[in-house]
Design a protein around this ligand. Structure first.
Ligand code: MN
Length: 473
């Protein structure tokens, strides 16, 4: 009966990993919270978990997901139940999904829509960013309204003019408001002018296949947009976070901006660390599985991203989980089948596989254990106003805990995973290391990579100030 609320639970003898150290310790949990961490000797509990030989880490925090999101005539194939079940199986215990206020819609309406998708459906805790697609009211008012509702980060797009893109003036206004109110601006950085020209050229020449998706969104388009983001952050004094950074030149700009002292941050995603543009050379129906934006890059970019992650130039790994089934990819945004690369729903699955995929570099000795926890758990929680409630195993924190078995092997084939998608981008990889037990506020939500949670257990987490890496202690 492990995990019922009133019971005390002891995780004994594991190697507890934080973003700063590894130590042998016990973790004592009661009433959904961590009560003590240390050598707890003869403490008694209602249930004890033997974690000898295992790693005990904070539940991972995925700050970039798109669950149950409408795209054209289709929608991302994981809803808040299947998506959070899969997240839990892979060791993620908090997600921050992108709520969106489309043009003509108020932020409150957009937020209410996402609460409606998630309420009573999630097996782990969740929060939302708010995507702003126009300034119908002064930015200060919009930001204040969201901060009041526990939403302290905003997403703005520099591309997708049809539905999402905003001008640099709008970005600047939101940045100023966010800076004044302790919020963080997250930017999708791809220069739309570059993309528009290249796309028109490709289509004009009759190039319709998925490889032209990548050709029309080159690394330079990302680097140019990141540079604009840096200038805007510099001018406004705002903290800024680049989502899904995919390429070496963009990374270099982030590194320089950080060295100049800006509160400038960037995440990358497993697809950019593990996959490359070679996937676009597959048969069109298969290549379409890998259409995402930014696109997959040539392999040398991934090497640079791993190095940036190790050195801390990249602070976070998130997933941009946006799954579509093969049938949805094939049908295209308008249904009935796509006729060129612009009509393929963009996104790849990943909410379940992030923690283990990043761990592979630890297993190879190329990334520290503490760096792994920092980039997947602690820094995302700190940057997005969830810390110290999430992202760290300390007294008073929510008992979101992963017991990670470093010797468990798992082939990342679709049949062994729980995302609602019929293919896996990583099917040729068998990872070493997988969560053997995952707790959300003291409740078991996954065991040996299989679901054990209950829809509705997960709650909305209102967030505190975002955008500064302040030590929570
Ligand atoms: Mn995204």
């Amino acid at each position: 009966m492990v995990g019922s609320q009133a019971q005390a639970l002891l995780i004994r003898g594991g190697d507890v990993v934080s973003s700063e150290e590894v130590r042998r310790a016990d973790v004592f949990i009661r009433n959904e919270r961590i009560e003590r961490v240390g050598a707890l000797g003869d403490v008694t509990a209602d249930a004890t978990i033997d974690a000898a030989g295992k790693l005990v880490i904070p539940g991972a925090v995925d700050v970039h997901t798109h669950l149950d999101m409408e795209v054209g005539v289709t929608r991302s194939s994981d809803d808040f139940t299947s998506g959070t079940v899969a997240a839990a199986c892979g060791g993620t215990t908090t997600v921050i999904d992108f709520a969106t206020a489309y043009r003509g819609e108020s932020l409150a309406e957009g937020l209410a829509a996402w609460h409606g998708k998630a309420t009573d459906n999630a097996v782990i805790d969740y929060s939302f960013h708010m995507t702003i697609t126009e300034l119908a009211r002064p930015a200060d008012d919009l930001v204040a309204e969201m901060v009041e509702a526990g939403i302290t980060s905003f997403k703005l797009y520099m591309t997708y003019p049809e539905r999402l893109m905003v001008s640099d003036e709008v970005i600047s206004e939101v940045m100023k408001a966010a800076e004044r109110q302790g919020a963080l601006v997250c930017l999708h950085c791809e220069d739309d002018a570059t993309i528009a020209v290249r796309r028109a050229e490709a289509l004009g020449a009759g190039h319709t296949q998925p490889r032209w998706h990548a050709q029309s969104r080159p690394p330079e388009a990302e680097a140019d947009a990141v540079l604009r983001a840096i200038r805007l952050a510099e001018n406004t004094g705002a903290a800024c976070y680049v989502v899904h950074l995919s390429s070496a030149p963009a990374l270099e700009r982030v590194r320089v901006a950080r060295e100049s002292g800006l509160d400038f941050y960037a995440e990358t995603c497993p697809q950019y660390l593990y996959l490359s543009a070679e996937r676009y050379e597959d048969a069109p129906a298969t290549a379409a599985h890998y259409v995402c934006a930014p696109p997959l890059r040539d392999p040398h970019h991934a090497e640079e991203l791993w190095e940036g992650l190790k050195r801390g130039h990249l602070q976070v790994v998130a997933t941009d989980h946006c799954p579509f089934t093969s049938a949805d990819k094939r049908a295209g945004l308008a249904g009935g089948g796509w006729s060129d690369f612009t009509q393929i729903p963009g996104g790849v699955p990943g909410i379940e596989t992030r923690l283990a995929l990043v761990y592979q570099k630890v297993d190879e000795g190329r990334l520290g254990l503490t760096d792994w926890v920092d980039r997947c758990c602690t820094t995302p929680a700190k940057l997005f106003g969830l810390h110290p409630r999430k992202g760290e195993l300390i007294a008073g924190a929510d008992a979101d805990v992963v017991v990670f078995d470093p010797s468990a092997e798992r082939p990342l084939v679709a049949e062994r995973l729980h995302m609602n998608v019929d293919y896996s981008p990583y099917e040729d990889i068998t990872v070493r290391g997988w969560p053997s037990l995952v707790l959300s506020r003291g409740r078991v939500v996954a065991r040996d990579g299989e679901p054990a949670g209950t829809p509705g257990w997960g709650r909305f987490v209102p967030r505190g100030p975002s955008g500064r890496l302040i030590d929570g202690t």
